[in-house]
Design a binder for this molecule. Structure first.
Ligand code: TPP
Length: 807
């Protein structure tokens, strides 16, 4: 049938492009429908889909260029299809949790469906050319948690544009021409971190476009419970850029079913953002969620009949179809054919993806049961084994865990028999364990040659006339060397810029390296870390400062959910070598004295946690970390900045290894295992030990994660056979963690002659003042008593309890 030409119908988009867009929108919707069906039929566990948001995402994809980054959430499948970074087969593979990076490159089956990511790294863990790729940072589930990272993904462009010294890194940026695109649901904008991130992006003038997909609900809760006036762009209007101002956002409102308006809005926003680094917020409203929130429930339970009717009418796919026909860009019959073709594509991909997923598992089942059958041929329990084989074979959609359980059962049934094939089965099972270890547990930390554990050990050197300087001066010299050595090192935090941080580690360095290399930030711990994550994902080497350890809790969620999981949740596809610098442990009062190390250590597996006892140790850690591609938290000792240390002559080069404790004093009677400020207090207690003839060995753990990977503490325990774990965390906190590492993991249990002990702070927060500190945290006298009482049990005559009245 003759077609009306595009110029005759006067549309701003080519007709072929319109049809292509319709195809994609339809295909994506169909994928959602089929995906839901797969869950309902038991082939997948859970599904969350992007139906109802197709057109806006197609418009966003049109302006998304190579080098750009996305930080979005689970509704963005259409966008990912549109930029060519998600195939239908990959879409289904993720739904099935296909634990194979080839089939499911975003997360290798580690994240639930609709958690999108591109792979920034080569197999060896080194960077790809990100400037030549369409990039998506890896999604996480906590609502709005994509936002802090977005701050840094955008801000990196500003640095790459404005710092000439960074222009050489064209693998990461084309002189800062890249936009970071954020997407978020309307309800998630009620999260505090959304507002903190928007404010930070505005202050930093970061080229970011935030799209808010507004379908009026957050699961079942409507907008008037989420935000004042129920209208997010109205609420955001205070962020609106004023005329001729370079600060603030351009804010757009556009209907989610208006194809042309969407394209025009994104085109304008992207043009301004890319050329002038003016951030934008695009509030896309009148969107729908035709399948409800997820496969966990149906939206008929909470949406009124009127609302459901409206959703059918304002479905962007229906509106687009009507618009195409109304503008003579195609006919209903032609669109019917297109729809049929797209449905077939989805069905083909589903089938292929399912077979790719299930066949290897079925093959494993066959292999395992074949061995079990051989065992059953020689077994007295063959009837039980045959039953087990039949049961396992009868599972219609087998999981690897079903096979594993059957193998265990077969071995248990035949545990009193000498059948050669039992060995074959055990070998097979152990080989599978190794494969599953790789499938589910690899890449918690970097596995590349740049892993922090592989940094060469360079000892500090001292000239004969080495100066004794304040601790902060050691750090200052270290950071100066780092900034001068590597242009990608960027330091920032509260009071870090002009003041050079509250303890002067960066004193004078902003003047020397400029305001972009050493910067002040607002008081916003969460997005200081988010900023660092985004920057590090784009090849920079941020040192993000959290002013006090006590305030790390504001950022702990994002460190735990985002930073700590990046390498693992992408199975080595992405990394963010962030260094978080903070200072903590005892000083004064509740919020400048805390040491909640166990809370941290247990929440941030995937980040190294280092607790240097002085600033030379800290400097060595920074030098190690800056050579490596792992994220880390370094907790400096608050009361050591004004203590003098000898300045190494190789301040920018020497390294302190991770996971290697240091013996501070050797002894034979008992080992004290501690870290940070308690090292000094334990050493101070030695005067008392000397007086009563107790010979303690004191070990500074230095690195809580990783922990003593060569078993140095065990060696000490083999010698002393007695051990005290000491710190100023709460009882059962990091002391218990260290105890478990040494007594259980290292096998210390077998070398104990006395009960192992822990000495920590009180369960309450530290009280104010020097006496408050003394009665809240371990002190010299307590340490003495803890050790002495152990020795009293060994030899009560030699070590009488002289400080207690006889009972
Ligand atoms: C921190 C956090 N709280 C709660 C949830 C559970 N949850 C998942 S999605 C969602 C609603 C989000 O609604 P909205 O932001 O509007 O996005 P939509 O799903 O409608 O696209 C909730 C409450 C979560 N994932 N994270």
């Amino acid at each position: 049938m003759p077609r009306t030409k595009q110029d005759e119908i006067n549309l701003p988009v080519k007709q072929s492009e319109i049809i292509q867009d319709y195809r994609l929108a339809y295909l994506s919707r169909q994928a959602s429908i089929v995906g839901r069906r797969e869950v309902m039929s038991g082939k997948a566990k859970f599904g969350i889909f992007g139906g109802g948001k197709e057109l806006a995402q197609i418009a966003m994809a049109k302006v998304f260029q190579k080098g750009d980054f996305r930080a979005g959430y689970y509704r963005d499948q259409t966008f990912m299809f549109a930029i060519g970074q998600l195939s239908l087969e990959q879409f289904f593979a993720q739904l099935y949790a296909h634990a194979d990076v080839q089939a499911e490159p975003a997360t290798a089956g580690r994240s639930m469906n609709a958690h999108f990511a591109t792979r920034s790294l080569l197999v060896d863990g080194s960077w790809k050319n990100l400037a030549e790729m369409y990039n998506s940072s890896a999604d996480i589930s906590p609502t709005a948690s994509q936002m802090p990272r977005l701050v840094g993904l955008g801000y990196a462009s500003r640095l790459y544009r404005e710092l000439e010294i960074l222009h050489q890194y064209d693998q990461f940026s084309n002189r800062g021409n890249e936009i970071a695109f954020g997407t978020i649901g309307n309800a998630a904008t009620a999260e505090g971190m959304f507002w903190e991130s928007v404010n930070a992006i505005g202050v930093l003038k970061a080229p970011v476009i935030i799209s808010i997909w507004d379908d009026d609900f957050g699961i079942s809760v409507p907008n008037d419970h989420q935000m004042v006036h129920g209208n997010i762009s109205e609420l955001l209007s205070g962020f609106q850029r004023k005329k001729n101002s370079s600060q603030g956002f351009d804010i757009y409102r556009v209907k989610g079913w208006d194809y042309i308006e969407l394209i025009e809005t994104y085109t304008q926003a992207a043009e301004r953002c890319r050329s002038h680094h003016i951030p934008a917020i695009i509030h896309v409203y009148e969107l729908i969620q035709p399948q409800g929130h997820s496969t966990s429930g149906s939206h008929e339970r909470y949406k009124s009949k009127d609302r459901l009717r409206w959703e059918r009418e304002f479905d962007c796919l229906k509106k687009f179809r009507d618009w195409i026909i109304g503008n003579n860009a195609s006919t209903g019959e032609e669109l019917d054919v297109i729809e049929l073709e797209e449905r077939e594509k989805v069905e083909d991909a589903r089938k292929k993806s399912w077979e790719n997923y299930i066949n290897p598992i079925k093959k494993e089942r066959q292999e395992a049961l074949k061995i079990v059958r051989k065992i059953s041929d020689s077994s007295r329990h063959s009837d039980r084994l045959v039953k087990l084989i039949n049961q396992t074979n009868g599972i219609p959609i087998p999981l690897r865990r079903d096979i594993h359980a059957a193998v265990q059962k077969a071995l248990m049934i035949t545990r009193d028999e000498q059948i050669p094939e039992r060995k074959t089965l055990i070998d097979w099972s152990e080989a599978q364990d190794a494969l599953n270890e790789d499938r589910y547990s690899s890449h918690l930390y970097s596995q590349s040659t740049s892993s922090a554990l592989k940094a060469p050990l360079i000892r500090p050197m001292y000239s004969e006339d080495a100066k004794h300087v304040y601790g902060y001066e050691i750090l200052n010299a270290c950071f100066d060397a780092a900034l001068s050595r590597d242009p990608r090192v960027i330091a920032f935090g509260e009071d870090v810029g002009k003041l050079g941080d509250v303890n002067q580690g960066f004193r004078g360095l902003q003047r020397k390296y400029g305001e972009l290399r050493v910067s002040d930030t607002g008081i916003r711990e969460l997005t200081i870390v988010g900023q660092a994550i985004g920057m590090a994902m784009r090849g920079l080497r941020p040192i993000a400062e959290i002013q006090y350890l006590d305030y790390l809790l504001y950022a702990l969620q994002i460190i735990s959910d985002d930073l700590a999981t990046i390498q693992w949740r992408t199975k080595g596809g992405q990394k963010a070598p962030v260094i978080i610098r903070t200072r903590g442990h005892r000083l004064e009062g509740i919020w400048h004295s805390g040491s909640p190390m166990a809370g941290i250590v247990h929440l941030v597996r995937g980040v190294h946690v280092l607790v240097p006892r002085n600033m030379t140790q800290a400097a060595g850690f920074y030098n190690t970390l800056l050579q490596s591609d792992d994220p880390a938290l370094v907790v400096e000792v608050l009361n050591s900045y004004r203590l003098r240390e000898k300045l190494p002559s190789n301040i920018g080069e020497f390294t302190v290894p991770l996971g290697v404790p240091e013996i501070l004093r050797s002894g034979h009677d008992l080992t004290i295992v501690t870290y940070g400020p308690c090292c000094r207090i334990a050493m101070d207690a030695c005067d008392l030990f000397d007086k009563v003839g107790i010979d303690v060995e004191i070990i500074d753990v230095r690195s809580l994660l990783p922990f003593d990977h060569n078993g140095l503490i065990l060696d000490s325990l083999k010698k002393t056979n007695r051990i005290l774990f000491l710190d100023e965390d709460v009882p059962g906190g990091t002391t218990a963690y260290m105890l478990q590492e040494v007594i259980e993991n290292q096998g210390g249990y077998y070398y104990l002659d006395s009960e192992p002990q822990t000495l920590s702070g009180k369960p309450h927060r530290p009280a104010y003042g020097s006496d408050g500190d003394y009665w809240s945290k371990p002190n010299v006298e307590q340490i003495f008593k803890a050790v002495y009482e152990t020795m009293n049990e060994v030899d009560p005559k030699r070590f009488p309890l002289f400080y207690k009245n006889p009972i």
